[in-house]
Design a protein around this ligand. Sequence first.
Ligand SMILES: [Zn+2]
Length: 177
Amino acid sequence: MRTINKIIIHCADTPPEMDIGADEINDWHLARGWSGIGYHYVIRRNGTVEIGRSLEKQGAHVFGHNEDSIGICLVGGKGGRRDDVFSDNFVFEQSVALDDLLTSLIKQFPDATVRGHQEFSSKACPCFNAQTWWIEGIDLEGQPNKIDTMILIVDAIDDQLSDMRQMLLDMQKAEKE
Ligand SMILES: [Zn+2]
């Protein structure tokens, strides 16, 4: 296996409604005269992770840094800017999938750092700060701890509490009758 020092995040630069995956990107990269898809993983709009190039092979995704890196491409990001945040261009399912994928890759390659393409190029890609997103979004156990995940949990508890409140009100009413 190659030495992996970086996991580099990209976007496909496609509009939000465009539902493509590794097959379509493979076709684009073949058309550019490359030996097929340049990324190792693609994360579709619904959060499905698709395999691109084998990890053993160096990718073709970031000039001068392909040798010691893994490339992950998030579908979306068209028209995004360097200072955008994740949710400006991508959806919750993609954030969960990226978390899971990075967590398992970091277990395999503990020395690798998570980076964005924009750190190595003048491009906006992947249209959010991947390093900050990863470091601030993950707790010490490597579990997802994003604000949107927390909101979902709070919402679920909120629903359960109002169900419980209603149940108690019904019981109180039944007792009085
Ligand atoms: Zn890129």
